[in-house]
Write a protein of this length. Structure first.
Length: 317
């Protein structure tokens, strides 16, 4: 809950009071509140903001409650909260004379020991159980494959297994050995998690002839386009570039038994029938024959609001 009135009040004796911040919000963290606001643009009186917290009611004045923050920034995290308690926050804009605006600018939040997956930061590690063992996944994108669809894309942090791409010497992903390996991962997840994973329409390239089309899969390998690697003119553009992976190439190397290993993409080299692009152990673009064993690093989606994560990053159903 958040409410913020933007106004300037005062008189000649006090000078003009500053405008209140815009969009004062409290987003849930794990036993924490992530407070964010936007300083008013073009207000010569605005020099910063004071944030106060109170239990039971909104702070009534700049001196009421617990002083959390005073400064010219735009965010503050209030940590160490008590589960189940509701905390009320209020912002007071400060002017050049050190006087505070008291127009209503409030937010409230009830502390919890878990948060919706939708509130996990992009790039954050979460944990999914595979055969009763927790495994790390990266939160790659909220809204995949389309923005606002209510699903979050996860990428396994390390490699699931080593597999050849296919034994048929044709570099088509659909029904390949790599594709069926993704089904193997699905079957190792908890039944409750399996039930929440929906098929996703992903772009892929057929075999000879190479043609861009779509494939419906619950678990799938990334494409060269999605991980932000340049294959030149030797590959189709499959899907959209994922900003997290393109902007953070250090996330591309992946481990197999504690050692970095090359891993498959679903993207074929369209100038051949037996070569497929890969990610090298160093995180660069690579290429291998389809009968070579490389790593499988799968992706899947979960409902952004349908699951929660705890302090350890465990996915809770």
């Amino acid at each position: 809950m958040a409410e913020c009135m933007i106004m300037r009040r005062g008189g000649l004796d006090y000078g003009d009071l500053a405008c209140q911040p815009l969009r004062f919000e409290a987003a849930p963290g794990i036993l924490a509140a992530h407070l964010q606001w936007t300083p008013p643009v073009g207000d010569p009186q605005y020099t910063g903001v004071r944030i106060c917290r109170k239990e039971g009611a909104d702070p009534a004045a700049p001196e009421d409650g617990v002083l959390l923050y005073e400064g010219a920034g735009n965010a503050y995290t209030d940590e160490g909260l008590t589960e189940g308690k509701t905390y009320h926050y209020r912002a007071f804009a400060r002017n050049r004379q050190g006087l505070y605006q008291t127009a209503r600018c409030v937010a409230a939040l009830t502390a919890a020991s878990s948060i919706p997956l939708a509130n996990a930061a992009v790039g954050q590690e979460v944990q999914l159980k595979e055969s009763d063992v927790w495994q790390a996944y990266l939160v790659v994108k909220h809204g995949y494959p389309t923005a606002g669809n209510g699903r979050t894309l996860l990428l396994r942090k390390d490699l699931f297994t080593l597999r050849i791409f296919t034994s048929h010497l044709v570099n088509e992903y659909a029904d390949s050995t790599l594709d069926t390996g993704c089904t193997m991962l699905l079957e190792k997840l908890d039944a409750a998690v399996q039930a929440l994973i929906e098929p996703v329409e992903v772009e892929y390239t057929t075999g000879d002839p190479h043609r861009l089309t779509r494939l419906s899969r619950k678990v799938f390998a990334p494409s060269a386009t999605e991980v932000g690697l340049d294959t030149g003119i030797n590959a189709n553009r499959e899907g959209a570039t994922l900003a997290l992976l393109a902007d953070h190439p250090e996330l591309l190397p992946a481990l197999w038994r504690d050692k970095a290993n090359d891993w498959w993409l679903r993207t074929p080299d369209v100038t051949t029938t037996d070569k497929v692009f890969s990610v090298t152990a160093a995180g660069a673009v690579g290429q291998a024959a389809v009968n070579k064993a490389l790593g499988l690093r799968p992706m899947l989606t979960l409902p952004s609001g349908g699951v929660r994560i705890d302090a350890q990053g465990h996915i809770l159903i």
